[in-house]
Design a protein around this ligand. Structure first.
Ligand SMILES: N[C@@H](CCC(=O)N[C@@H](CS)C(=O)NCC(=O)O)C(=O)O
Length: 210
């Protein structure tokens, strides 16, 4: 299998963190990484458009030569192939709960952070848009508070004792924020504790650039 990816970009990063967590837990999924340089617009090449008509990353090329083009279904596909250690729960209820928190981390944190960064300090050169930045700053706060509250019982990971895809998505979003100088308010102390601890993990050290 091949993962078409670009470092720091948050959606590829959540899949890469997932793969690194699996690897450090002893499950090497045998996914080769292929860089598609967003700064050089390589996502808009005809070659990449054949992989993903939406011209985005990540893309997983399966062993059958099929292209999967959305981060969460990519992870769910990999998880079905390699369920150990489990990173989306072990029962229907746990899976639904994990995906619920992952959705909050993506839609409530990663996506707003990406919109703010691209509106203020875009690494791929998009024009500044202060109105968009202001709107998404407001949108970002409630989900961060919700996740901070979730971590307030001292749990090491969003879903309890073990990392899941929800942690990978949240950290991918926060890393992109760090790159664009968009940081959660330090008063969200439980989130800050989780953030510091997660970044010390071997998987995080393999994948994160800042
Ligand atoms: N819904 C998609 C979003 C993918 C996405 O927006 N990827 C960004 C990088 S984080 C991208 O490829 N952007 C390039 C562009 O918009 O030109 C997913 O979950 O994977």
């Amino acid at each position: 299998m091949k993962l078409y990816t670009f470092h720091v970009a948050p959606n590829p990063t959540r899949v890469r963190l997932y793969l690194a967590e699996k690897k450090h837990a002893g499950a090497d999924l045998g996914v080769e990484e292929v860089l598609v340089d967003l700064r050089n617009n390589e996502q808009n090449s005809e070659e990449h458009e054949r992989r993903n008509p939406q011209k985005r990353l990540p893309v997983l090329e399966t062993d059958e030569g099929v292209y999967l083009t959305e981060s969460l279904p990519i992870v769910q596909y990999l998880e079905e192939l390699h369920p150990d250690p489990p990173m989306i729960g072990t029962s229907p209820l746990e899976r639904a709960q994990t995906l619920t928190v992952e959705r909050i981390a993506e839609q409530g944190v990663l996506y707003p952070i990406a919109r703010i960064v691209h509106a203020t300090n875009s690494p791929i050169g998009l024009p500044p848009n202060p109105a968009v930045a202001e709107l998404f700053q407001e949108v970002l706060l409630p989900p961060l508070e919700l996740l901070n509250q979730r971590l307030s019982d001292g749990r090491p990971f969003l879903m309890g004792d073990n990392p899941t895809i929800a942690d990978c998505t949240l950290q991918a979003g926060l890393q992109f924020g760090r790159m664009g100088k968009v940081e959660p308010d330090p008063s969200l102390q439980h989130l800050a504790r989780w953030n510091t601890a997660y970044r010390e993990r071997p998987a995080a050290k393999d994948v994160l650039m800042l």
